[in-house]
Design a protein around this ligand. Structure first.
Ligand SMILES: [Fe+2]
Ligand SMILES: [Fe+2]
Length: 446
């Protein structure tokens, strides 16, 4: 790896290699790292713009949004899981005696979730025709992950006594089927690097670590020269007025200066790396998701950067990237015991399972009623990245690398209060040809 070892420490066992998937048609997997990114042209296609509508959040807008979510997700459920509803909820309720032995399949959106004394879940499901109560047993794996507003199909039977109680045998999410992501010998031997949550402008921004990374990226290190794109998944600047008392944690109190200084910092990247930048909850766009891309007068400072909204969908050299800052994890973490700030990858799996980046409406994460629900994951991505938690990790799941990008902000009062420690200064590098990951650490004390 040449200069890789001198300028940056690699991490853990596996000597700097994260999880890998072997591509059988490549003679020597290591060769994919040796290519020089400048020998390959940029191929960038930015997906549909998000967060562009100016709907006011009237009741009708909300109804339209949920209708669109239901349509999109029920189509995926039908096509992918093979679950077809036995009728509308109204029809099924009318014929309940038919379904005391033979199972019925009900497709609906979860209006309410209540935990029962035995640890099961009592759900109120709704479709356009009616609502009904269904009971999920405590030992069903879905019991710990169902949230209000999820779209699901359930298979089960009515109790023989009356048509009031429906016992669920199986729960079906829209889900992601297991299949290998795109990559391999027909793709350019280049890599995509990931960071987020720089929080430039904060007193806690780690300038030394950042500078060390920039020096490394300009070096002759094998991995550095292989990087073609740098994905910045939100919170690049710290913003202003994001929470009460924010000013006292700021080194730069003018948000436009934060952005223009940061643009100058990105100019120090070598020419062969193109930054792909999307907003997060600290950025100067509306907080409600989907968030539009940064406004034009901020973008004009950025000479060579591709801007997207949040979530963002970008095709990079044939690889379909889904980037989402990850604010909805703030809502998932208190409601799901297996999702934590240290291990947000479990939350990313839930997003893919539910095919929705922010399933629950009206909690801490604000959502905007667009004409269509742009938080639905309609197509499966080849890479899925989130930031926001200031954690770090990579895990393959159902043929997709899930990346939690690292931060360049130190421990803040908020994180101290939450009892979590940031994982600072890691650069995750994923080679799209051999599907290997290298993780580089620029952190001082680690
Ligand atoms: Fe952040
Ligand atoms: Fe954030």
């Amino acid at each position: 790896m040449g200069d890789d070892k001198r300028l940056a420490r690699t991490v853990d066992a596996g000597i700097g290699y994260g999880p890998r998937r072997v591509d059988g048609d490549l003679a020597n997997l290591e060769d994919s790292w040796k290519a020089k990114a400048w020998d390959y042209s940029d191929q960038i296609t930015v997906g549909a713009r998000v967060g562009q509508t100016r709907q006011k959040g009237k009741f009708d807008d909300l109804v339209g949004l949920f209708h669109d979510r239901f349509q999109k997700l029920s189509k995926i459920i039908k096509n992918q899981t093979g679950q077809h509803p036995s009728g509308t909820i109204k029809e099924i309720k009318n014929r309940w005696t038919d379904y005391t032995r033979a199972p019925a399949c009900i497709l609906g959106i979860v209006m309410e979730v209540r935990r029962t004394k035995t640890g099961g879940r009592l759900l109120e499901l709704e479709d356009i025709s009616d609502t009904m109560k269904v009971f999920i047993r405590a030992d069903d794996p879905a019991a710990g992950s169902i949230l209000q507003d999820d779209v699901i199909a359930v298979q089960g039977t009515f109790s023989k006594e009356d048509g009031e109680m429906f016992w669920v045998n199986s729960v079906h999410y829209p889900d992601i089927l297991s299949s290998m992501n795109k990559g391999g010998s027909s793709f350019d031997p280049i890599s995509i690097a990931f960071v987020s949550d720089l929080h430039y402008g904060s007193k806690y921004f780690k300038q030394k670590e950042w500078d060390k990374m920039i020096t490394y990226l300009n070096s002759s290190a094998e991995t550095a020269q292989n990087i073609k794109y740098l994905v910045l998944a939100g919170d690049c600047v710290d913003g202003i007025g994001i929470y009460p008392g924010h000013e006292k944690n700021l080194a730069i109190t003018d948000v436009y200066k934060q952005y223009s200084d940061f643009a100058a910092m990105l100019d120090k990247l070598p020419d062969h790396i193109t930054p792909i930048m999307s907003p997060g909850n600290h950025d100067a766009v509306r907080p409600a998701e989907p968030q539009p891309m940064l406004e034009a007068d901020i973008q004009q400072d950025y000479s060579n950067t591709v801007h997207t909204g949040n979530p963002g969908r970008v095709n990079l050299s044939g690889i379909d990237l889904l980037t989402y800052h990850g604010k909805s994890l703030d809502d998932m973490i208190p409601m799901m015991s297996h999702v934590t700030y240290e291990n947000p990858i479990e939350g990313m799996k839930e997003m893919l399972r539910k095919r929705h980046l922010a399933p629950a409406w009206g909690l801490r994460n604000a959502l905007s009623p667009e004409e269509e629900d742009q938080m639905v994951i309609v197509d499966r991505p080849d890479i899925f990245v989130t930031g926001h938690t200031h954690a770090h990790g990579v895990e393959w799941w159902r043929g997709i690398p899930l990346i939690v990008s690292s931060t360049f902000q130190g421990l803040t009062d908020f994180m101290q209060m939450m009892g979590t420690k940031p994982k600072i200064g890691y650069l995750t590098v994923y080679n799209i040809q051999n599907r290997q990951t290298r993780i580089l650490s620029f952190s001082e004390g680690e």
